[in-house]
Design a protein around this ligand. Structure first.
Ligand code: SF4
Ligand code: SF4
Length: 211
């Protein structure tokens, strides 16, 4: 299993996460990270099939305001993107209701036009990841013991819905340390390569989950 979606695949070919905050690095970026491409090719050549997870980037790619590309993709386009990569045999998608399941199943009958995503990404207005949590965990450790990446992931999942899904609320309730523990020390923000305003997210998460 491997996380594949257009956003993850177009990360610059660098291990230096601090470089990702530089918007200039995304100008003209329109291709697959070469290291990822090499991995997919190796899987293809060696008969190691990849099952894709995170194909929707937690739903972020469906919203032009939330997508790092500044344009929205459909579930069909995201699924097609994943299945088109070398070595990929299948994709898991998460759904929380029948409508989302239907949206994924539309792939089976979608036309080539409906699957087409390249022209959208090539013409995307930006490729910035600035301010968007990628759940990388580089902000750890939290002074209060909060699992920041896990908490923000639950928050991002919750705000995609009109009401907080019960399953997401339960996951939040099961966190050892929740957003109420944040003392706004800001140390995590200094370590975040994407300049996420973590303290603000903690306050918003508290409003959403705890009140
Ligand atoms: S807040 Fe920043 S460092 Fe922490 S998980 Fe999100 S992107 Fe990574
Ligand atoms: S600002 Fe809040 S979340 Fe960040 S390290 Fe401090 S206590 Fe943890």
């Amino acid at each position: 299993m491997f996380s594949i979606n257009p956003a993850y695949d177009m990360f610059p070919p660098s291990d230096a996460l601090e470089e990702y905050r530089d918007d200039d690095r995304y100008e003209g970026l329109a291709g697959l990270n070469p290291r990822r491409a090499e991995l997919y090719q190796l899987c293809e050549e060696n008969g190691t099939p990849i099952t894709v997870m995170k194909g929707y980037a937690s739903g972020r790619l469906f919203d032009e305001n939330d997508s790092p590309f500044g344009v929205a993709l459909t579930p069909v386009q995201c699924i097609h993107y994943a299945l088109e990569q070398n070595g990929v045999a299948s994709i898991f998608v998460g759904v929380s209701n029948v409508e989302e399941l239907d949206a994924a199943l539309e792939y089976e009958s979608a036309s080539e036009n409906e699957k087409e995503y390249k022209s959208i990404l090539v013409n995307a207005p930006n490729h910035s990841f600035e301010g968007k949590c990628m759940y990388c965990g580089h902000c750890a450790p939290c002074s209060s013991g909060i699992d920041i990446a896990a908490l923000i992931k639950l928050y991002d999942l919750a705000v995609m819905h009109d009401e907080v899904p019960q399953s997401v609320q339960e996951h939040y309730n099961n966190l050892t340390y929740d957003a109420t523990e944040c003392i706004a020390c800001g140390e995590c923000e200094d370590r975040c390569p994407f300049n996420v305003r973590i303290v603000d997210v903690m306050l918003d998460a508290h409003d959403l989950f705890d009140l």
